[in-house]
Structures are given as C-alpha cells and as structure tokens.
Design a protein around this ligand. Structure first.
Ligand code: SAM
Length: 221
C-alpha cells in the first residue's frame, strides 16, 4: 500500500479504536441503526439457506448479527458469515458477542479493504457481500479500487449491497465533522459503480428517516 493510504487507514483506525464503544451504544443501539437494518432485511429477500456472506468493514457486527438473527427466525440453515474490519477494537466488541452467544458460523478477520491479501484463502466466491458505512472512510481516489477488490470476491452473479451516506445539510454537519466521513451524491456514486463494471445497479430504500441520510445500492457482478 502507498504511504498516504497507510496514513489514512492509520487515522481511521485510531478514530474507531477511540470510539468503538460509543459507536455500538450510540449509533447502533440508541439511534436505532440496528433496528433499521432489521426492518430493511426483513422487507427485502436476500437470505436463503446455504449462502456465503461477507460483511466488509463489519465494525461491531451489526449487519452480520442482524442477518444471523433473521436466518434463525426464518429457519434457514448452513449460512456462512465472514466479516472483516480494519479496527481491532471494533472486532473485539463483535468477537465478544460471538463468543457470548456461541455463534459458531461467524468468522472474523482484520483487514484493510484496500489490501485484502491477508484474508484467508477460502474467503471468496460470496453470494452476498455487504458494505455498510465503509466507503465513507476510503480516500475518494481509492474508492473504485476498494469496490474492485470486493467485486473480485463475489461469485458469478453474486450481489453486493452498499449502504452509503448521502450528502445533505445534516450529514455535512454530523458525518463530516463528528465521524470524519466522505459523503456521496446519488448520480456520482452510480457512475463509480458503472465504471467499476457492475452489470446491474439498482437502488433500494430504507424505511424511515434513515433514508434521508443513507442510500442503498444493490449491484450484481
Ligand atoms: C461506520 S463503521 C460501520 C460499521 C458497520 N458496517 C455498520 O454498519 O455498523 C465504519 C467501519 O469501517 C471500518 N473501516 C474504515 N476503513 C476501513 C478499511 N480501509 N478497511 C476495512 N475497514 C475499514 C472502520 O474500522 C469501522 O469499523
């Protein structure tokens, strides 16, 4: 990786190491990100038996934990969940929950989306990859590289779901200042997805006020 990429990743890791617990208690629980994801995934039919799923930039694991809960409710079996993140402190919170709840179908790894060589050899051929609030932390000029890296891990016809922050007045204040995120405009992000070479690009909707702040794209390899 180039020096400036390493420097950026180092800064992001520092930020999330400091804010790991706040992220889980404030954003996931109190502000209701976890509940919103549950509603979203119950509304859209992404899950079935025997899927292989990757949670990219999993943080404290809210995406995987939500999907795993729905899988159990619906009685599907043999789903494999892999999840990686840059920040060990976020992975530690996730791992604690995995251990406490005995969720032995979930495996974690520490990795940077810009350099996925360190992932285990069998972490590929995914039916579904989810990237939620990850690309916000990648330098703008590297976003296509991150998407190409993830696209390579999809199986033929595999799908990726991307949750990404929309630029508006509120996100300019909260996201940019407090969480130091990049913000995105719908048409410009669609162009990036097209340029990366996804065959099919569709937009999905969150159900509540979250849709003002977070866009969801479903793309097919
Ligand atoms: C806003 S949190 C999102 C966590 C989770 N996906 C969710 O929806 O709650 C952003 C996460 O992206 C991770 N991250 C940032 N840059 C990354 C990179 N280059 N590679 C992998 N993970 C990264 C951070 O460590 C942090 O855990």
């Amino acid at each position: 990786m180039k020096d400036n990429q390493m420097e950026n990743s180092g800064k992001v890791e520092k930020l999330y190491t400091k804010r790991a617990l706040t992220y889980e208690s404030l954003y996931v629980n109190r502000l209701g990100w976890g509940k919103e994801l549950y509603t979203f995934f119950r509304n859209y039919n992404y899950l079935k038996s025997q899927l292989k799923v990757l949670d990219a930039g999993c943080g404290t694991g809210v995406i995987t934990r939500t999907l795993n809960k729905i899988v159990n409710e619906l009685g599907y079996d043999e789903l494999v969940f892999n999840a990686f993140d840059l920040t060990q402190g976020m992975l530690d919170i996730f791992q604690k929950q995995i251990t406490e709840e005995g969720l032995n179908n979930i495996e974690l790894a520490r990795a940077d989306v810009l350099n996925l060589d360190s992932l285990p050899n069998n972490w590929n051929e995914y039916d579904l990859i989810i990237s939620s609030a990850l690309l916000e932390y990648i330098p703008k000029e590297q976003i296509s590289n991150a998407l190409v890296n993830l696209k390579q891990l999809l199986k033929e016809e595999g799908k990726m779901l991307i949750f990404i922050t929309r630029r508006n007045f509120v996100t300019n204040l909260t996201g940019k200042l407090w969480w130091k995120t990049n913000l995105f405009e719908e048409d410009k992000f669609q162009k990036i997805l097209r340029d990366v070479g996804f065959r099919k690009i569709e937009q999905r909707n969150l159900q509540s006020r979250w849709s003002k702040y977070i866009m969801v794209f479903e793309v097919t390899k």
